[in-house]
Design a protein around this ligand. Structure first.
Ligand code: ASP
Length: 326
């Protein structure tokens, strides 16, 4: 029999109307899931439950994400457990799951899940997502893949998945390669594997590491205001394959000169940041400045990575290059 613990943190999967609130608020706890799943869950899986917090994920703090990461790590050492499921709001699930993924140092499956519809809505899919997640968490095939996100019967990697729609149940997508696998009739099918990160990080991070999305005719004063915050690092969601308006270059040069690492990702959200254009503000200018590049990482994910990398004391140019390769 597989044994899985559900660590609940809130989100829409836990939301319902209450006598005091006609609009859904976080109310369901781990033991509610456990009770509701008793008749639905495959009989070969035994569930336990623990509550960490019960909040919408817009209220998730880095300290709470760190706590989730530490709880996941400590449950992974329990020889009686086969896997771990974390219930979480979908709005910032990408960041929490990626944080835990970068810090997770064990083989057992870890699955984040949530819901797009609250328990009071027709078509609430929370229990269905939980049943699928329990199946994945109890499955030996899902070991050594780091942190997974299971939504809408699909299995995604915390390295790739993004929330792309505000309402639909298929909000979570992993372009360009698609999900790692799926669950059909309670059977797990893994079609593609992603290994756990080679370099493990402790759940220690630095702040502030602001994230800035560039635009046409970008207001450079925003970056100048960020300089006054004394950031520990800066993430720039650049244009296309890694281009910036030329007026941004002097501010980025100031960051680099004052040893504030600048990591370039793309506001496209997907794809490498590399090109061979020769005009001012193109990728080659950013490289000459000493910026780092985060290929295929969304801005929020690049931010979590830089916070953890710096928090673990990896701040030399050579070390940063191993985490953010050209
Ligand atoms: N609508 C969000 C969700 O799907 C709310 C949250 O992220 O907590 O969970």
């Amino acid at each position: 029999m597989g044994k899985v613990v559900i660590l609940s943190t809130g989100g829409t999967i836990a939301m319902d109307q209450t006598p005091s609130s006609p609009h859904p608020i976080p109310s369901l706890k781990g033991r509610d899931f456990q009770q509701q799943l008793a008749s639905l869950c495959p009989s070969d899986i035994e569930i336990s439950a623990e509550d960490i917090v019960n909040i919408p994920s817009a209220q998730m703090s880095l300290e709470t994400i760190k706590e989730i990461s530490q709880k996941v790590q400590s449950h992974s050492a329990n020889p009686d457990l086969d896997g771990i499921v974390v219930t979480h709001g979908t709005d910032t699930m990408e960041e929490s799951a990626y944080f835990v993924h970068l810090c997770y140092q064990a083989s057992k499956p870890v699955v984040f899940t949530g819901a797009m519809r609250s328990a009071d809505e027709t078509g609430y899919e929370g229990l269905r997502n939980l049943v699928s997640s329990l199946r994945v968490a109890a499955s030996p095939e899902a070991r050594d893949m780091g942190v997974l996100i299971v939504m809408n019967e699909q299995v995604h990697s915390a390295e790739e998945v993004r929330k792309f729609h505000t309402q639909r149940v298929d909000a979570f997508q992993s372009p360009p390669y698609g999900p790692l696998g799926e669950i059909a009739f309670d059977q797990l099918y893994i079609k593609r594997r992603i290994s756990r990160p080679v370099q493990k990080l402790e759940a220690t991070y630095v702040t502030p590491v602001p994230l800035v999305a560039l635009t046409a005719d970008f207001e450079v004063t925003l970056l100048e205001a960020i300089q006054k915050m004394r950031p520990r690092g800066v993430i720039i969601e650049a244009l296309g394959g890694g281009r910036v308006p030329p007026k941004v270059i002097p501010v980025l040069a100031d960051f680099v000169e004052s040893r504030v690492p600048v990591v370039i990702t793309t506001r496209c959200g997907i794809g490498p940041v590399v090109d061979e254009y020769g005009y001012q503000g193109a990728h080659r200018d950013l490289k000459k400045l000493g910026c780092y590049f985060a290929h295929y990482l969304s801005g929020p994910r690049a931010r979590i990575k830089l916070m953890l990398v710096l928090g673990n004391g990896f701040n030399s140019d050579a070390q940063l290059h191993t985490f953010f390769q050209d």
